[in-house]
Write a protein that binds this ligand. Sequence first.
Ligand SMILES: Nc1ncnc2c1ncn2[C@@H]1O[C@H](COP(=O)(O)OP(=O)(O)OP(=O)(O)O)[C@@H](O)[C@H]1O
Length: 479
Amino acid sequence: MATDSWALAVDEQEAAAESLSNLHLKEEKIKPDANGTVVKTNANEEKTDEEEKEDRAAQSLLNKLIRSNLVDNTNQVEVLQRDPSSPLYSVKSFLELRLKPQLLQGVYAMGFNRPSKIQENALPLMLAEPSQNLIAQSQSGTGKTAAFVLAMLSQVEPANKYPQCLCLSPTYELALQTGKVIEQMGKFYPELKLAYAVRGNKLERGQKISEQIVIGTPGTVLDWCSKLKFIDPKKIKVFVLDEADVMIATQGHQDQSIRIQRMLPRNCQMLLFSATFEDSVWQFAQKVVPDPNIIKLKREEETLDTIKQYYVLCSNRDEKFQALCNLYGAITIAQAMIFCHTRKTASWLAAELSKEGHQVALLSGEMMVEQRAAVIERFREGKEKVLVTTNVCARGIDVEQVSVVINFDLPVDKDGNPDNETYLHRIGRTGRFGKRGLAVNMVDSKHSMNILNRIQEHFNKKIERLDTDDLDEIEKIAN
Ligand SMILES: Nc1ncnc2c1ncn2[C@@H]1O[C@H](COP(=O)(O)OP(=O)(O)OP(=O)(O)O)[C@@H](O)[C@H]1O
């Protein structure tokens, strides 16, 4: 009885955490057509962009769904070795890792010709004998998942029919994405099997898992290791904690992960990956990864150097819309993203532009993650030239070909102060897309003029006035 109610509590806790992370998935109140253009409003529409809870798990999933290749990064990888006197290995090819031939074949079949920057250092460290622990941080898309999947696959003994590698993911959907990478990379290794320890995956009581790799969410994994005993944690050789930053943002996951880690043998290899490294992540990492080696790759810096910045003075929302229509021909020479402060404004704007006969896409926090991914994919393919969105929804998404950014509303934080970081992220370019860009800021009040001035001062870069009634000026900015 006691154990059953405990299991129920774990289930409920996990359900609560998952439903939190799927908040947007369930609010399926918007029904975009195939183009993602149809607009419908709902009860949440008055929320400002900043009030929307940043849903890190959904964002992380979105990034995975839209990512098709590595994110470039020209920064140096920082490596902090547990034993600074031991030689530091890095590899420039997968061949140097002496992988099993089936794995090498899997890696090449995925189109990987050489290790990514983070993989150059992380792979030799993770495959070294005796095994070493690792904490690694680098932004999304730099090859972390591929790295730990390769480390797990390399260390599994296929003849042993019990779990040897255990990987924790923050949500069911993220676990499935990692599972797909395991399946792809292990394609030529048919005797290797994978089990998903996720809510809803019910097994017979008393059953033992024969799959060598288990990937799951903390609540279910904890259940499977302790109460249900489907997994013998003492036989785990490699423990991976993926998306540590998303993990700790989800209620209950941090404690469950620590409880699982405590059941593992002392010599189990502990690996932790995170896209960001704020203090809370670092503290958690140190709790679950003893004596770690640490690898960090800083984000590429963004700059406003190659961007022409303008502002348009209007007196209300309708005038901003008119100014946008005047600019429309000029901005659609390239692809443009238009940022609004609220879902309501974004919906209204997309609808108004559609009424004018313009084909625009709308990316809204109310859409399911898969729908959002489909909208971004269409936009990337150039099926629409203009994407209207709110900031939270577009955070962290790089659409390389976008060279025009319109701030229909200027970015402000929850206290109404300029959000310089978001301004830079919306408009700035990293070294890798060092192309010229154009940014137009719509200003419609004294307050927004003040925000613009403060942004200008912060970056010490002139933002010039643009008169959208002057066709010559518009022509000038388009070239
Ligand atoms: N060595 C490589 N060569 C080419 N492509 C790679 C390599 N490693 C990974 N990729 C690809 O780059 C993309 C990003 O890799 P991966 O998902 O491993 O990054 P990540 O840092 O884990 O990002 P995220 O946290 O968003 O999952 C994927 O499409 C993956 O297939």
